[in-house]
Each structure stands twice: as structure tokens, then as C-alpha cells.
Design a protein around this ligand. Structure first.
Ligand SMILES: [Zn+2]
Length: 670
């Protein structure tokens, strides 16, 4: 029987036929797809004809189709619905893949053909997009070490393979700690917890086979637990478990892995002729240099820290009024902040929650995409990898644009966080292909499923990434959708969050789960008024993580990353009641792969732009202004990586933004 991963997919819109794929299909399909890709690469590199754009660059773009299919399916299920077999396969695949791509990017004959085209690029009659793809292809080879010879070449291959393995181990250790730890909570100790929290805690208990409610380190449980539980000792225990993920000693400890990763990254950058890893990494970003990044982060740090320190005093006073002496601790912050928010904004998360139904928030995101870009969403009945997944056919003026898949509920087999990926990216070469895009979240499952306001923002955020994929309109897959500079990729997602704050959106879609009544005007005003609440805390925990990440990579690699982390926080004067959003042993953005290494700052870099970009709609006097929406699609959402990020932004806005818009947006402006 043909392996379903490798056969023609005769499903609606050629979505992977998940119901026919068994875990045992992955390894043989992977092996065969790798071999096919190798044969394609060998044919391109060994072509007797002189290099042309078609026989080299386009041939590279077209190669690896089978491998893309296998990997898109595998990584979708490995991230969103893992099991021991899939974890084992992932450990097996990742070094092989690293070696595979390393072999391609160090293929001298192939690089020579690309280099030859690059040197003759002005004579080739290329379109702007083709020249861009050629430039990026060549730069990829050079940065991967294609120009290296002998020992340096061998060492580079070894470093890359080892880094891939370490990244996977880091992720799996974290997942193991998240899966293993839980705290049973007696019925008496559920005091103060809203029903949605106790419901999620009981469901989590049932999943673990525990007869009763438990706290886990899933954000959908631990965050509201820390907010609502008056049991200070339990908050402390849960908080400490949360921040010690990946640093509990034993087999799942990530501290030595982080140190080895940093050392290897530095060596890799130096082999390529860069002073350090950050210099290498930022070359391809919009920011370009570590200095520019640091300048941005420090400009935000001072006002954020000042605000956080003022807030800490207020919260500590509240705690003393409760009869608890001593200092406010990190496990007290969320609890007193939630009470302060209720007192000052009278915004009660528990009262708010019934108005934020998952299904209605999905409808809200779709409605915004409809008003802005004319997209329509029709449910699609198709077998996916888990019964919780849902799919929609996305059309515009009757034309199929994309398939959108939502996998929203938390479960033990899913890694934490939320993400968007394209199971198939948009392209017109070698044939027209419409994207298949998935959003994965970790919302607590219930009927009806209710979200916190943060959850709703996450939903809009990931949907913004999905729009970047779905509206992509380029020729070549390598630059389509979210294939843009890392510090530009969060612009569409963070920008889309602003539409959740447009009053008419919540007015229409925030309806009560039981009564169907719209959210009362007073509550709506409070939700929107509270948007800046606790921004001192949130900015501090984020900027501290971003500065530690930058420090790790902008000089010599630290022998002891935990000591360097402590040193950076000390120099910054980190408020002791606030922890980094991601401490080193949990910092998957930085250590699970290279994606956000010396790039965690990029969320804030993007926020500078999203605040400024949304202001363009406000200036136009209508959050759904059709001309602005058109400009956004034409210059940013459809263009992928076809031009430099700075050029794209300037084309949309007519200028570059400064940090002021961000401070204003977070309510931190002086
Ligand atoms: Zn994002």
C-alpha cells in the first residue's frame, strides 16, 4: 500500500489525509522524501548546462515537495498532539534534518551555480521578486557556511547537528516538567476560585486520573489560580513550580543545555567571521545591530520599571491591609493586581468571562477580516488529527483563498503557548497553491468554552499571523506569508489585536453564554479602560527577558548562563516581585531553536510598529477604513518577504515609527 504521506492527497483542498495516516507511516515516508530531495538537489547541482535562474533557483524552489508534505504533517501533530512515539520520531528526525539541510547549504557545486547567477544578476532580466529570491538564496548559503573549507566546514556541520538535537531536548524537558508537575487541591482550598477555574482544575485532575481538582503549570490554570486563590501558601508552591520548570535537576534539567547551546552559537558565528552570535543573527533583521535593539529596550525599561515600582507599593499596602506582614512576593503580585483591578476598574475576570465565548470570539476575528479584507469563512467538514480541530474554507468574492484550521483547546499532548503555522504556504510556482493555515492555542476546554480577555487577545494575535499567511500573494514559496524578518513577523499579529479593542467589535460579539445579552456598556468601558492596567509589570517581565537574551548573544558565551542572567537582572535593578517572563531554563523562544535567539526583543520592535500602524486607521477616522485596509494588505499582508521590511513599512505608512507610540499605547508615556 502506498504511504498516505507520499500519495496524491485527494482530500478537499488537498489537506493532509489525517485519518489515513498512522504513526508508523512517518519514518518510511521521511526516509523516502529525504532521498527524493537529495536526488533533486544532486540533479540541480550536477546539471551540465550553465546555470540559469530557472534551472537553479526555480529548480531549488520546486524541489523537496514530498519532504515539505511529510514534515508539515509531522510537526503539526508533534507540536499539537504528541505521544511517546512521536517524541521518539522527533528526536530521530531532528539531527537527520539538520544534517540534510547542512549538506545542501554546504554543497559547493550548488553554491557555485548560485554565486555565478548572483555575479551576473544584472544581465539575467529578473523581476524584482526573482532578484530578491536570488539574493536571499545566496545569503542563506553564505550564512550557512557554504564558503567554508576543510576543518571549518566539518566543524560547522557538527555544530549545526548538535544544536538541533539540543533544541529538541530543551523542548522535551520543558514538556516533561509541565506534564509531570501538578498539585492536588483540597475542596476547602478552592475558596475564592471562580467556577471556570475549578472546572478547568477538575478536568485537569480527571485527565491525570486524580479524583479531584489539581493545579498544573498550564497557563490556562496557573494564571487564574495565582489571580484568585487567597491561599498564599498554595500560590507560593504553584508559583515556584512554574518558575522552576526546566531547572529541577535530574534528567529534565535545561541549564547545562542552555550553556552548551550558547557556546556552540558563538563558535558558529565566529567561524562565519562575525564578532558574536547577535551580530550574525541581526544582520538579516530590520534592527540590523545589537546596539539598536538595546537602545530600544532601554528606552522602554526605565518608564516601565518606574511604573512597576509604584504599583508594587500599592499592592504591598493592600497585602498589609489583609493582615499579612512582610514584603510583597512574586506569588502575591497577580492576586493583589487582580483585586486592585477589581477595585479600581471594578473589572472582575470571572464576571467578564461568560461574555467571552470562544465561538463568538472566533466569529469576531472572522468578522473583522471580512470588513477589512472581504474574506468569508465557511465551515469545512474534513478529518483532522484531533476531534477538537475545526476547519473553514476561506473565500473572497467566491474565490478560494485558503483553508483555516483552529485547534484551540489545551490538552496534555500539546506543547504550551499558542502558535500559527502554514501546513502549506501560498505560492504560484511551480503551480498555484492556496495556503492551509493553522492556529493552535491552549484555552481551557468547557462547554461553552469561555476565554479570559488575554485569551481573546491571543486568539486575535494568532489570527493576525494567519492573515499574513492567507493573504500572501507572491510567486515563490520561500518568501511567502510569514517568511519575513523576525522583528517584522509580529507586526501583523500584534496589529490585529487592536481590532479586539474596537468598541463595536465587543459590543457585537461579547454576548453572555447563558443569557445571550450583550456585554453591558459599563463593563465594556471597564474592559477597554483596563487595557493599560499592570503594564509596568508586563513590560518589565518582557524587557528583562529580551535584555537577558541579547546579553547571552552579543559577546562571549557565558560559562554559566544562570549567573549571567542574575548579573543582568541585578544591573537593571529588576524589581524582586517580578520574574522574567521566561527565565533561561524555560526560555523556549531562545533555546528550542534559533528562531528568537537574540530576537526576543522583536515582539516589542513589532509593537513599535503596530501601535503606529493602528494609529493610521485612527487618523483615517475609521478602524475599518477601506483605503487603509487596502494599503495594509498591498504593502504588508500580501508581500511576504519580497522586499526589505523597512521598505514595506515605509510604503504603508510613509515614514518609520519611533518608540513614543509604544509608550503611549502601554500607558507609560510621561
Ligand atoms: Zn506571534
Amino acid at each position: 500500500m502506498t504511504n498516505p504521506l507520499l500519495s496524491q492527497w485527494d482530500t478537499p483542498f488537498e489537506i493532509a489525509p489525517f485519518n489515513r495516516i498512522e504513526d508508523t507511516d512517518f519514518a518510511p515516508a521521511f526516509k523516502q522524501a529525504l532521498a527524493e530531495h537529495n536526488a533533486e538537489i544532486a540533479a540541480i547541482a550536477g546539471n551540465a548546462e550553465a546555470p540559469t535562474f530557472a534551472n537553479t533557483i526555480e529548480a531549488l524552489e520546486a524541489a523537496g515537495d514530498a519532504l515539505h508534505k511529510v514534515l508539515s504533517v509531522f510537526y503539526t501533530v508533534a507540536g499539537a498532539d504528541s505521544n511517546p512515539e512521536r517524541e521518539k520520531l522527533q528526536r530521530d528526525f531532528s539531527p537527520k534534518l539538520a544534517a540534510h539541510y547542512a549538506a545542501i547549504s554546504s554543497n559547493k557545486a550548488l553554491f557555485q551555480r548560485v554565486e555565478d547567477l548572483w555575479l551576473r544578476k544584472d544581465e539575467l532580466g529578473l523581476s524584482a521578486e526573482q532578484e530578491r529570491v536570488l539574493m536571499l538564496t545566496r545569503r542563506g548559503f553564505v550564512r550557512a557556511g557554504a564558503a567554508l573549507e576543510g576543518d571549518a566546514d566539518t566543524r560547522m556541520a557538527a555544530i549545526k547537528g548538535r544544536l538541533a538535537t539540543l533544541g529538541t531536548e530543551f523542548t522535551q524537558n520543558l514538556l516533561a516538567d509541565e506534564r509531570d508537575w501538578f498539585m492536588e487541591v483540597a475542596e476547602d482550598d478552592l475558596e475564592g476560585l471562580p467556577d471556570f477555574v475549578t472546572g478547568a482544575m477538575r478536568a485537569a485532575g480527571a485527565e491525570k486520573g486524580v479524583d479531584g481538582p489539581i493545579v498544573t503549570t498550564s497557563r490556562s490554570i496557573i494564571t487564574p489560580f495565582l489571580q484568585f486563590s487567597p491561599r498564599r501558601n498554595l500560590r507560593e508552591k504553584a508559583y515556584k513550580a512554574f518558575v522552576s520548570r526546566g531547572a529541577n535537576g535530574g534528567d529534565h534539567d535545561n541549564r547545562d543545555i542552555a550553556a552548551e547551546i550558547l557556546k556552540l552559537r558563538e563558535e558558529r558565528a565566529k567561524l562565519l567571521g562575525y564578532d558574536n552570535f547577535a551580530a550574525y543573527k541581526l544582520e538579516t533583521e530590520m534592527a540590523k545591530t545589537p546596539e539598536k535593539v538595546e537602545e530600544l529596550l532601554l528606552a522602554v525599561w526605565q518608564p516601565a520599571k518606574a511604573r512597576a515600582e509604584e504599583d508594587a507599593k500599592v499592592l504591598e499596602t493592600m497585602m498589609h491591609e489583609d493582615g499579612i506582614n512582610g514584603d510583597l512576593e512574586a506569588w502575591d503580585w497577580h492576586y493583589y493586581a487582580a483585586r486592585r483591578r477589581k477595585a479600581e476598574h471594578d473589572l472582575d475576570e470571572a464576571a467578564l468571562k461568560p461574555y467571552l465565548q470562544l465561538d463568538r470570539m472566533i466569529e469576531a476575528a472572522f468578522a473583522c477580516a471580512n470588513r477589512l479584507f472581504g474574506l468569508e469563512f465557511a465551515p469545512l467538514d474534513v478529518a483532522l488529527y484531533h476531534p477538537d480541530c475545526r476547519a473553514w474554507d476561506v473565500t473572497r468574492n467566491g474565490k478560494h483563498i485558503a483553508v483555516f484550521i483552529g485547534d484551540y483547546f489545551a490538552r496534555g499532548s500539546k506543547r504550551s503557548g499558542a502558535w500559527c503555522s502554514a501546513m502549506r504556504a501560498q505560492a504560484k510556482f511551480p503551480k498555484e497553491q492556496a495556503p492551509v493555515v493553522i492556529n493552535v492555542c491552549n484555552f481551557a476546554k468547557a462547554d461553552p468554552a469561555l476565554l479570559s480577555y488575554d485569551d481573546a487577545r491571543t486568539l486575535f494575535h494568532e489570527f493576525g499571523h494567519a492573515l499574513h499567511q492567507m493573504l500572501s500573494d507572491v510567486t515563490y514559496e520561500s518568501i511567502s506569508g510569514t517568511s519575513v524578518a523576525r522583528d517584522f513577523v509580529e507586526l501583523p499579529s500584534q496589529l490585529f489585536e487592536h481590532w479586539l479593542e474596537v468598541p463595536e467589535v465587543l459590543e457585537e460579539f461579547a454576548t453572555h453564554a447563558e443569557t445571550n445579552e450583550p456585554m453591558p456598556k459599563t463593563m465594556l468601558d471597564k474592559v477597554l479602560g483596563a487595557a493599560n492596567f499592570d503594564q509596568g509589570f508586563q513590560t518589565v517581565e518582557y524587557v528583562a527577558s529580551a535584555l537577558v537574551d541579547l546579553e547571552f548573544h552579543k559577546g562571549a558565551a557565558p560559562a554559566d548562563p544562570m549567573a549571567m542572567q542574575a548579573d543582568v537582572l541585578d544591573r537593571l535593578g529588576m524589581p524582586k516581585q517580578i520574574a522574567m517572563r521566561h527565565a533561561t531554563p524555560q526560555f523556549a523562544h531562545v533555546f528550542s531553536g534559533d528562531g528568537y535567539s537574540s530576537g526576543y526583543y522583536s515582539y516589542m520592535w513589532s509593537e513599535v510598529m503596530d501601535a503606529d500602524a493602528f494609529e493610521a486607521f485612527e487618523e483615517a477616522g475609521d478602524p475599518f477604513d477601506p483605503e487603509m485596509a487596502r494599503a495594509l494588505e498591498d504593502n504588508i499582508l500580501s508581500t511576504g518577504g519580497s522586499r526589505e521590511a523597512e521598505e514595506l513599512y515605509t510604503a504603508f505608512r510613509g515614514r518609520m515609527p519611533g518608540v513614543e507610540a509604544l509608550l503611549k499605547g502601554r500607558g507609560l508615556a510621561a
